[in-house]
Ligand binder design. Structure first.
Ligand code: SAM
Length: 455
């Protein structure tokens, strides 16, 4: 196992409720509830029969992707017994700051020549409660100086702590946020994953211009990329070269073939290894100080035979790097080429929908076919839809009924979508939140990090 080195001292963000009165850090509330399958979508009679046979013979039923309707507060702890350490990739786009995150905007088709109308579904009771849990601050708490942001960070910390537990040792997480809370979320992520777990802040340009009077237009969002250990999965992605880049970089054109190329160095940093000579066209050469030759003598001879080694006037050898053999430019952390999907096949009408192109990059970079991808704020189902297309397994969750409806419909629009189950936590979740909402706080059992107590 390849873990990050430990960290000893680190600046810390403190929010209201982080520590109890004895100075112990409060661990997230864990209430495990049983999932109930309300529907199996797209399953043939034969597949259903096979699943039943497998489970009645004591074998694991064949994997089914899962669309779960519920609050992440109950869904994540309920996933832990089965999935702790088993999720390969997590993408989350948590709600931030506006009730829009719990609303659904839809366009109704035109009727008898009328204009199409747009309506917004207001948050349901459950959604309103989640909204209050995330941002609500009572008058009493406000008097104590508690800010909305404290509530949000607490909620965010609880989500991230549990998501980390769900990840495999080589798993990673992408957390999509923007200027509202991104800068608060970063220290929380550092705390949960350790500062070495941080890999990138990806800046995604979501739109060309935004009218923000008397300040610069906010056109970008951030995606924080963290890994659970140094052995995280990584598949380099490439973007196509721009014409300017090709003209600038691949300047030379090979006589006879017309192939474009540039001359790349044949050396690499030596990192303290003793220098060794190599022979180029019968002449022995030492590498420049601090470097070593990148290839063995056999490989160099082979490249020379293929006419791929060129020496400059100074006698320094280089290798021809052809344009037609180059995979493109390794993806950098500034993403300006993934437009927001305004229309077309992927547009669902869900207000906060993200483009599939974004998820495609993330899923291809940090997972392989068959891996398990999780999104516990799935909204319109972008993560599930892309995971399905890329042949990954997936679990998607949202507390909004319209989110589940939209995701289900979207998945059914994918040709050959594999059967998936729609689940909820049934009456248990409703009971839980009724207790949390209406009963005195003494009935809530809280698990603290090293002990269990009732406050
Ligand atoms: C910003 S949207 C996600 C959009 C999504 N990435 C997409 O492409 O459509 C956030 C989602 O989180 C859901 N949500 C908010 N609080 C939640 C909670 N406590 N548990 C589960 N889902 C929640 C909202 O219903 C909303 O659909």
């Amino acid at each position: 196992m390849c873990v990050f080195p430990p960290f000893l001292v680190m600046a810390e963000l403190i929010w209201d409720g982080k520590y109890d009165e004895h100075g112990h850090k409060r661990a997230p509330v864990r209430i495990e509830l049983p999932f109930q399958t309300v529907e199996t979508v797209n399953e043939s009679v034969q597949q259903r029969q096979r699943t039943l046979e497998l489970s009645s013979s004591g074998h694991d039923a064949e994997w089914r992707n899962r669309l779960i309707w519920g609050d992440k507060k109950y869904v994540l702890p309920s996933l832990l017994p089965e999935f702790a350490g088993k999720v390969d990739l997590i993408y989350v786009d948590p709600p931030f700051d506006t009730s829009q995150d719990f609303s659904f905007v839809a366009t109704l088709p035109a009727n008898n020549g009328d204009d199409a109308s747009i309506f917004t579904k207001e948050p349901s009771l459950l959604e309103q409660k989640a909204y209050r849990d995330t941002w609500g601050v009572s008058r009493e708490a406000r008097d104590r100086g508690v800010q909305q942001i404290d509530r949000y960070i607490r909620w965010f910390y609880e989500s991230i702590s549990m998501l980390r537990e769900l990840l495999t040792e080589n798993g990673s997480i992408y957390v999509h946020l923007d200027w509202h809370v991104g800068h608060y979320a970063k220290p929380v992520l550092d705390e949960v994953f350790g500062p070495n777990g941080f890999l990138n802040e990806i800046v995604w340009q979501r739109t060309g211009a935004h009218n923000d009077p008397r300040r610069f237009g906010n056109v970008a969002e951030s995606i924080f990329f963290y890994a659970k250990s140094a052995a995280y999965k990584w598949n380099t992605q490439y973007t196509v070269y721009s014409d300017e880049y090709i003209q600038e970089r691949f300047r030379s054109v090979e006589e006879g073939t017309g192939r474009r190329y540039w001359l790349n160095t044949l050396t690499a940093p030596a990192h303290g290894r003793p220098p060794k000579t190599a022979s180029f066209f019968g002449t022995k050469r030492m590498p420049p100080p601090g470097t070593m030759w990148r290839f063995t003598q056999d490989k160099i001879d082979d490249l020379a035979k293929q006419n791929r080694i060129v020496t400059t006037d100074s006698g320094m050898p280089y290798i021809k790097q052809y344009l037609d053999e180059s995979p493109g430019r390794p993806l950098q952390n500034l993403w300006t080429d993934v437009p927001m999907s305004k229309s077309g096949f992927e547009r669902t009408g869900y207000a906060t929908q993200k483009p599939e192109g974004l998820l495609e990059r993330i899923i291809k970079t940090s997972s392989d076919e068959g891996d398990l991808v999780l999104d516990c704020f799935c909204g319109s189902g972008t993560t599930a839809a892309v995971a399905e297309r890329l042949n990954r397994r997936w679990i998607a969750c949202d507390l909004g009924r319209f989110a589940i409806h939209t995701t289900r419909k979207r998945l059914l629009g994918i040709a050959d979508v594999k059967p998936f189950v729609v689940q909820n936590l049934g009456k248990y979740e409703r009971q839980q939140w009724q207790v949390a909402e209406f009963a005195p706080s003494s009935s809530t059992v809280i698990f603290y990090e090293n002990r269990r107590t009732s406050p």
